[in-house]
Design a protein around this ligand. Structure first.
Ligand SMILES: [Zn+2]
Ligand SMILES: [Zn+2]
Length: 254
């Protein structure tokens, strides 16, 4: 197994040491792909960006078959080319494409939701995701499709596929047509309702021709590495998809 989504010190919001991450992964018998945050044009200047050359310089010597070096790129419609250059002109093993900032606001922030009801906010999120994914053909797996459900200030933050199926289907179709993977982000799947809603999306991905899944904890500290992986495997099995990871941008089966 590989944990395909882990943040260490090169990410603005993590202080985990690579050596500690490697030790934890070794202890629990899994491989690791480091995926540092790169959100170009982030609203707070310099946040969620890192020096890619320094990353390879400092981490390159620790790379091996079980420790791979990737990136989590924040997708946006206004820096498609800049993101593409980062993804294609550096020796990453793996590139996650994620939606964090929607129309200029990190959806982690409360004010993204100001004067919006849940449907308005979630439709804006999925519409933006669709536009980004359509224009961005340089990532390997779409990160945490349920990211908005982590932070939205509504009583029920769950993503019900039926309500947003128009946009979700378009996103899944693009991924499937391009033979890209979708991530099962394990952060929320210990919640039964969250797991059910993710499973619906995974099954739909399979129906639309999708085949591949990456599994990632999105750990920012060692205790989260490999979290809920058995639950993730169960969801993948139920949706008839294959678990993969990426090495030198090539898909590897687990
Ligand atoms: Zn993310
Ligand atoms: Zn992340």
């Amino acid at each position: 197994m590989f944990d395909c989504h882990v943040h260490t010190e090169f990410s603005t919001d993590s202080s985990m040491k690579l050596k500690d991450a490697i030790k934890k992964a070794k202890d629990i018998g899994i491989g690791l792909i480091i995926t540092e945050h790169m959100d170009l044009k982030y609203p707070v200047e310099g946040n969620f960006q890192f020096d890619v050359k320094r990353y390879f310089k400092e981490y390159g010597y620790l790379k091996n078959d079980k420790v791979l070096l990737g990136i989590e790129l924040g997708l946006r419609t206004d820096c498609i080319d800049e993101n593409k250059i980062i993804a294609l002109e550096n020796p990453f093993d793996y590139v996650i494409g994620s939606i964090h900032v929607v129309n200029g606001i990190d959806i982690y922030q409360d004010y993204f939701y100001a004067e919006k009801d849940k449907n308005q906010a979630y439709e804006e999120y999925f519409k933006f995701m669709y536009e980004c994914v359509k224009e961005s053909d340089f990532f390997d797996s779409l990160g945490h499709i349920d990211y908005i459900a982590r932070y939205a200030p509504f009583e029920d933050t769950e993503i019900y596929y039926d309500i947003y199926s128009d946009y979700i289907d378009e996103v899944l179709k693009i991924l499937s047509n391009r033979e890209k993977a979708i991530e099962v982000n394990t952060r929320r799947i210990n919640d039964k309702k969250a797991a059910e809603n993710i499973l619906t999306i995974l099954k739909r991905f399979n129906e639309l021709g999708g085949k591949y899944v990456t599994i990632g904890s999105d750990a920012h500290n060692t205790s989260d590495i490999g979290n809920n992986f058995n639950m993730a495997l169960d969801l993948v099995e139920k949706s008839n998809l294959k678990v993969v990871y990426f090495k030198e941008r090539k898909m590897e089966y687990i």
